[in-house]
Structure formats: structure tokens, C-alpha cells
Design a protein around this ligand. Structure first.
Ligand code: IPM
Ligand code: MG
Length: 356
């Protein structure tokens, strides 16, 4: 098969980890007889520097005409003081909206090898951690009206968090469909004791649940969920939640698995074209030092093969290669523990490639 992949190399550690993911994809292409064609689509800081716009039209076009998009991470201190509309993050949000990617899947799965690196006690991690957060990605406070006004001699700022029924329905369906392929439990997370948008969220999720009698639905307030994720993460299978809650809970969920550096994510809308990215940021402090962990990026490429290209065997091969390398005790600085061998970003990529 031939697939066109739009590549967003990103900022800071972005290009380093992307190079390793492309290396792994090339190894997969060779082994399985595919052709992957890569086209750069600058977005974020790189695009601000080159085009004065975090998401130039040409990059959005490249993404929209590709079979799928691979992204590392964008942003960095260099662009911290540019006007709001030109921040690297705006490029990412506009890309998500421009591609209609409303469903963001963020798995939280602990590699047995990385249990040592989890900040949770062994008695908790021993019960296993294997859940996925289905985060609504193009609604809520991120995309509501933002205003800052001068009133009564001081500034007042607000961000509207709103959801319409169809936005909740479609993300609920993704959660139920995802659960059907797993342990068939959905926990819908909201703040329905306070927020109107959450009340509508809960009512709508309950309505959609009637179409999925085989899936067990529960509800949890977001503050309680944040607590339960560290108290007993083994209770969760699929968590579905709105954009801002999902942003916060997914950082928490990634950390308990040992390293935020190893977690991939997929963002999908209608159709098979998706955006795949590790959930970590661009880590300016370690950029250019060959210290970054390429695993989250490489597993994002695996997710792309599985979900967008229907290449399950190829995705399995990448995941097995990552497992093997971790079993051998290879680690990058972020998830290093006693008795393991610390590798640089390039060497980690190379070790994974060698197992394909
Ligand atoms: C994420 C990030 C983004 C978000 C930022 C960079 C805008 O934190 O993908 O989780 O909040 O969605
Ligand atoms: Mg985030």
C-alpha cells in the first residue's frame, strides 16, 4: 500500500523524536512492502518563524489532502510572548478544528517494565492500569467565546464553556464503540452538580447509552475522578469527558503509567484521516541534547497504522518492538530506573528499529 503522511516536525524536541518515528515507519514499510510518502506541514513555532502564522493555509491543505497526519509537539519559550492568535498552541487548536477532529483517544496503559517508574505504590500498580480517555476535542471552553473587558476599574475575563447535543452525542458514540472493543465499561466524567453544560452532557450520554445495552455506563464528577485515578486506576476502562476536563485528567493518567514520554494519542473525526501525536509537550529544557524519549511518538505512528490505515500487523510489530526494548532494560532519562541502561533518543529509536 502507498500512504501519504503529513509530517509536523514541531518545536524543541519535536524534530528529534519525529526522526525516530519516521525511521521506524521506514523499517515497517520495508518489512511489509508498503510505501510511505512524507510531506512536511510546518505548524506551531516553526511556522511562526517561517510564515508568521502558526498554521499557514498550505499546511492545513497538506494535512487535509494526506491520508493521515503525524505530529510531534509544538511550542516553546521563544514564542511565549507573541500575540495570542499567533501562539503555537493556536496552530494546534485550529488544526484540530480545521480537520474536524472531535475525538481524542489517550490510552493510559502501564508497561509492566515501567512499574518502577510510576509514582504510585506497587500495591496500586500491581492491579494493572489499562484505560483510555476519550476526550472531546473541538468544543467546550477551548472553542467558546473568550473575552477580556475593562469593567469597574479592573479587567474581567471570561471563557464560555458550551456544548450542543450533537457534539456530546458523537463523542459519546466514540466512547461506547471504543468500550465495545475493550471491557465494555464507560465512565462519563462531568461536573453535573454545578455546570449546565455538564447536566446536558450527562443527559445526552444517558440517551446515547440506550443504543448500547451491552456497555455498562457510570458517571463520576471530575474532582472525584481526579482522585480515583490515583487511588484505584484499575477500576477504569473507558473515560469519556469534555475538552478541558480531558486535558487535565489525561496528563494525570499519563503520569501514573510511569512516564508521560511513552503515551501516544489519536484524534479522529468522521472518516479515517486522523492526527497522531504523543501527549507530552515539546520539552524545551532537553531539546537538542539527545535526551528525549521517542517512545510516545513511535507508538503514535503505530496507532496511525492501526486506526487510519487498517494495518494491524504492522502496528503490532511496532508495539512488540517497543515492549522488547523495554524488557531488555533500555530506557531514556525520563523513565530510567536502577539496573536499566540509559539510552539517548537516537539510540532508543535505533534499538526499536532493530526489532522490527
Ligand atoms: C494537549 C495540550 C494542548 C491542549 C495545548 C498545547 C493547547 O495540552 O494536547 O493536551 O490543551 O489540548
Ligand atoms: Mg494537555
Amino acid at each position: 500500500m502507498t500512504k501519504n503522511i503529513a509530517i509536523i516536525r514541531g518545536d524543541c524536541i519535536g524534530p528529534e523524536i519525529m526522526a525516530e518515528a519516521i525511521g521506524v515507519l521506514d523499517a515497517v514499510a520495508k518489512k511489509f512492502g508498503h510505501t510511505f510518502k512524507y510531506t512536511d506541514a510546518p505548524m506551531g513555532g516553526e511556522a511562526i518563524d517561517k510564515f508568521g502564522d502558526p498554521l499557514p493555509g498550505s499546511s492545513l491543505d497538506t494535512c487535509l489532502s494526506s491520508d493521515s497526519v503525524l505530529l510531534s509537539a509544538v511550542g516553546g519559550p521563544k514564542w511565549d510572548n507573541v500575540p495570542k492568535e499567533q501562539r503555537p498552541e493556536r496552530g494546534l487548536l485550529r488544526l484540530r478544528a480545521g480537520m474536524g477532529l472531535y475525538a481524542n483517544l489517550r490510552p493510559a496503559k502501564i508497561f509492566p517494565e515501567l512499574r518502577e517508574a510510576s509514582p504510585l505504590k506497587a500495591e496500586i500498580t500491581n492491579k494493572g492500569i489499562d484505560f483510555v480517555i476519550v476526550r472531546e476535542l473541538i468544543g467546550g471552553a477551548y472553542f467558546g467565546e473568550h473575552t477580556t473587558v475593562q469593567t469597574g476599574g479592573e479587567l474581567y475575563a471570561q471563557d464560555i464553556m458550551g456544548y450542543s447535543e450533537h457534539e456530546i452525542e458523537r463523542i459519546a458514540r466514540v466512547a461506547f464503540e471504543t468500550a465495545r472493543k475493550r471491557r465494555k465499561c464507560v465512565c462519563s466524567v462531568d461536573k453535573a452538580n454545578v455546570l449546565d453544560s455538564s447536566k446536558l452532557w450527562r443527559k445526552t450520554v444517558c440517551r446515547v447509552a440506550e443504543e448500547y445495552p451491552d456497555v455498562q455506563l457510570s458517571h463520576m464528577y471530575v474532582d472525584n475522578c481526579a482522585m480515583q485515578i490515583v487511588k484505584d486506576p484499575s477500576q477504569f476502562d473507558v473515560i469519556v469527558t469534555e475538552n478541558l476536563f480531558g486535558d487535565i485528567l489525561s496528563d494525570e493518567a499519563s503520569m501514573i503509567t510511569g512516564s508521560i514520554g511513552t503515551i501516544p494519542s489519536s484524534s479522529l473525526g468522521e472518516g479515517t484521516r486522523g492526527l497522531y501525536e504523543p501527549i507530552h509537550g515539546s520539552a524545551p529544557d532537553i531539546a537538542g541534547k539527545n535526551l528525549a524519549d521517542p517512545v510516545g511518538m513511535i507508538l503514535s505512528a503505530a496507532m496511525m497504522l492501526r486506526f487510519s490505515f487498517d494495518m494491524a500487523r504492522e502496528a503490532d510489530a511496532i508495539e512488540a518492538a517497543v515492549d522488547a526494548v523495554l524488557r531488555e532494560g533500555c530506557r531514556t532519562a525520563d523513565d530510567m530506573s536502577a539496573g536499566c541502561t540509559q539510552l539517548g533518543c537516537r539510540e532508543m529509536g535505533e534499538a526499536i528499529r532493530a526489532h522490527i
